[in-house]
Design a protein around this ligand. Structure first.
Ligand SMILES: C[S@@+](CC[C@H](N)C(=O)[O-])C[C@H]1O[C@@H](n2cnc3c(N)ncnc32)[C@H](O)[C@@H]1O
Length: 269
């Protein structure tokens, strides 16, 4: 697991170059301070020697475990603000129109992972400007990021469903922070627990559950609705397309990015 180094120094820039050469995943500089995120195969001793530190300074280096985000796939020292069209994803405390705040917690859904990003960009592309954003079902809501952005982009309401109680608690907290209570309904469990139909259904999951949900998700889709699926790899996407087509869905668009696939389907009814 990557780890975090904190060091006081009067030459943070020189040390920053040195840690970058060692393979640092992220670096932050202040006037007299350096923070760096280092891969686990680069040990503290090696870093100290490469930085030219004395033995006593190496012994005094502050090293701590890094915070795993998005199921330990996103490694950053702290979450930067990130843009989704007109919406800004930010830390709690940031105010303003079109700001969605997310706590820096363990639930998947920082907005930085490629699969989340594919879903966010897919939603933007479809409902970006003149098309009215419909009611949305977010299957595997995690932090609630997709549902909260959908609301910020104009969805009248959203339902987020989640099997992990800890993630659901985090989504609830994010809903409160964003004053989304009345418009975001969070459900513990699986999509089978949800009733009604939605103009947009998004499921960013792993391939197994996506294939297993092929009978359920189309039933939640309103006439003319759209279904976005991500969390898929290129090797399984053809099978997912085949199975969902069999349910009456039409493949509208496919996007591959950083080894992940987004599939966008239309309801044929
Ligand atoms: C990859 S994360 C996606 C989180 C967020 N929607 C995003 O796009 O960043 C998948 C989430 O789905 C949840 N999940 C997995 N299988 C599920 C199922 N069958 N029903 C509901 N939630 C599920 C996981 O606990 C996890 O929080």
């Amino acid at each position: 697991m990557p780890w975090c180094l904190e060091l006081s120094t009067d030459d943070p820039e020189r040390l920053a170059w040195a840690v970058v050469e060692l393979g640092a995943l992220d670096v932050e500089l202040e006037a007299d301070h350096l923070r760096a995120l280092l891969p686990d195969q680069v040990g503290a001793e090696l870093v100290g020697v490469a930085l030219g530190l004395s033995a006593s300074r190496i012994a005094g280096m502050r090293c701590s475990p890094a915070l795993p985000r998005d199921d330990a796939s996103t490694w950053v020292l702290r979450l930067p603000e990130r843009r989704v069209g007109p919406v800004v994803l930010a830390a709690p405390g940031r105010e303003g129109p079109n700001v969605v705040t997310l706590r820096d917690g363990a639930a998947f859904g920082t907005g930085l992972h490629a699969t989340t990003r594919l879903c966010l960009d897919g939603m933007l592309e479809i409902y970006g400007s003149e098309t009215a954003f419909p009611a949305m079902l977010d299957v595997g809501t995690g932090s609630g990021v997709l549902a909260l952005v959908a609301l910020a982009l104009g969805a009248p309401s959203a339902v987020g469903v989640e099997i992990d109680p800890a993630a659901l608690a985090e989504a609830r907290q994010n809903a409160v922070d964003n004053r989304a209570g009345g418009r975001l309904h969070l459900v513990a469990g699986r999509p089978e627990q949800v009733t009604g139909v939605f103009g947009l259904v998004v499921a960013n999951l792993v391939p197994g559950p996506i294939l297993a949900m092929a009978a359920t998700l189309p039933q939640r889709l309103a006439p003319g609705g759209r279904l976005l699926l991500s969390g898929l790899t290129p090797s399984v996407s053809a099978e997912v397309v085949r199975v969902y087509r069999h349910q009456g869905l039409r493949l509208w668009r496919q996007e591959d990015r950083s080894g992940w696939v987004l599939l966008v389907f239309d309801a044929s009814w």
